[in-house]
Design a protein around this ligand. Structure first.
Ligand SMILES: [Zn+2]
Length: 242
């Protein structure tokens, strides 16, 4: 480089991933993740929805770059099948999240993961029985508190029943609901200095907006397995903020 420009780690990763996707790195085995599997799974449909949603947000090329960087090049143009078989390993799902961060930086990735999480709820609403049942909730005369409880419980159930993600609901006082991640597909074998299960945060935000008939709620990630906490938590404040 004549201008003495030193490549940042991110630039290097972007260029490597693009090169891998274009076949410019002939010795790189594409589509065979080298990392150790977790043996814990999301059903294919969860992964497919997130990948489809990322394609919508990032465009086909952006998504392919992310997939290649995550060592998931085998998924380029061949998304996981639309079924409920538990086959998408948590290690791969975490890698997808890490690749977003490597490419777009912590702040950029956070915004993208939030958007992707929200859009995933919208997609899931008609593709998962447990969530389809929520469709009627906004129109009922149930009190807001009850709507929130029903919604958050259904959202935890869809994960706990169909995947190896373990989520529970804790009522910790009148003003909040605590949504836990005892086992988290975004934090597998990952360390971070801040909570990183942002996809779930976005998913919860959109689900709450839906069941409440359009209100906004504050959802905070307070603890995270990647930070060394015993469990991950999202705290939902029941008072609408808009
Ligand atoms: Zn986490």
């Amino acid at each position: 480089m004549s201008d003495g420009h030193a490549w940042s780690r991110r630039e290097f990763l972007q260029i490597s991933a693009i090169a891998a996707g274009s076949g410019m790195l002939p010795h790189q085995e594409i589509g065979t993740p080298q990392r150790a599997a977790s043996g814990l799974y999301y059903p294919n449909r969860f992964a497919r929805i997130v990948i489809e949603v990322l394609e919508e947000i990032l465009g086909r090329n952006g998504l392919n770059t992310v997939l290649n960087l995550a060592d998931l090049g085998g998924l380029v143009d061949q998304y996981p099948p639309d079924n409920l078989k538990r086959e998408f390993d948590f290690a791969d799902f975490t890698a997808l999240n890490v690749a977003l961060e490597d490419l777009y930086g912590p702040r950029g990735a956070r915004g993208l993961a939030l958007r992707a999480g929200r859009a995933s709820f919208t997609q899931g609403l008609w593709r998962f029985e447990t969530l389809v049942a929520l469709s009627d909730v906004p129109g009922t005369v149930l009190p807001l508190n009850t709507k929130l409880d029903v919604g958050v419980t259904a959202m935890a159930n869809v994960f706990s029943k169909l995947s190896d993600q373990i989520s529970n609901i804790h009522d910790e006082g009148d003003d909040r609901i605590v949504y836990t991640l005892e086992r988290c597909p975004m934090c597998w074998n990952r360390t971070a200095d801040r909570p990183v299960h942002t996809l779930i945060q976005g998913f919860l935000q959109e689900g709450l907006r839906w069941v409440s008939g359009g209100q906004k709620f504050n959802v905070e990630m307070t603890t995270c397995l990647a930070m060394g906490d015993e469990i991950g938590r999202c705290v939902i404040y029941k008072q609408p903020i808009g």
